[in-house]
Unconditional design. Structure first.
Length: 134
């Protein structure tokens, strides 16, 4: 019988077995620094989202307001040319071109347009504004 036991080859050195601690169902707690970084990232994403929504809303509101206030250009014709040293009151939809035509309804109004452009070409016209047309 002893021959049977020795015929079975058993390694001289067996690896040592270790008992592992039980696996917990709860994840490992994250440090306060990680939570702080996560909060900063969440706040940054929320701010980015809010700014994006605000920009989109402003552009939509701007388009809606422009559509409501945009009117076709009206050319106002005067029955008589405006005398020298007079002022013209700008109306909604007026342009330098329409004002020059109103000031000089018959004939070539390009000289009047050039004079108006030199004076008021770099500033927007505002309804109710009085501009010198001579």
């Amino acid at each position: 019988m002893s021959a049977l036991l020795h015929s079975h080859s058993v390694p001289a050195h067996r690896p040592q077995l270790y008992v592992m601690p039980p696996v917990s169902d709860h994840p490992k707690r994250v440090s306060a620094e990680v939570y702080r970084r996560r909060r900063i990232a969440a706040i940054g994403i929320a701010v980015l989202f809010a700014v994006t929504v605000w920009v989109i809303a402003q552009s939509i509101i701007g388009v809606l307001v422009r559509e409501e206030t945009t009117q076709p250009m009206q050319i106002i014709r005067a029955t008589q040319p405006i005398a020298a040293d007079q002022y013209y009151t700008v109306r909604p939809g007026d342009t330098l071109w329409s004002i020059a035509q109103a000031v000089h309804p018959k004939g070539d109004f390009r000289t009047v347009l050039k004079r108006l452009d030199d004076r008021y070409g770099s500033t927007p016209l505002v309804a109710g504004q009085n501009i010198l047309v001579s």
